[in-house]
Design a protein. Structure first.
Length: 78
């Protein structure tokens, strides 16, 4: 029983010290105003990135007769 009381006293001491330390923290909210909500990049000329193609083929190795990739929907999606 004495050990339980010691643990409770130690926990109360830790919480008291933490509360005192947090009481000194200056909490001030900052708001940012953004004029454009949906920011997009400018269209440009398409580029061929061989690393992208290699990774895509590794993730979706099957293609149909039109040359479109056949991909499996995630098993977590209902």
């Amino acid at each position: 029983m004495a050990q339980s009381d010691d643990v409770k006293l130690e926990a109360e001491k830790v919480l008291s010290e933490l509360s005192a330390a947090l009481g000194e923290v200056d909490l001030e909210e900052t708001f940012y105003v953004v004029s454009e909500i949906n920011v997009t990049e400018q269209d440009g000329t398409p580029r061929v990135d061989e690393d992208f193609n290699k990774n895509l083929r590794a993730n979706a190795p099957h293609m149909d007769s039109d040359g479109s990739f056949i991909m499996e929907i995630g098993k977590w999606v209902k």
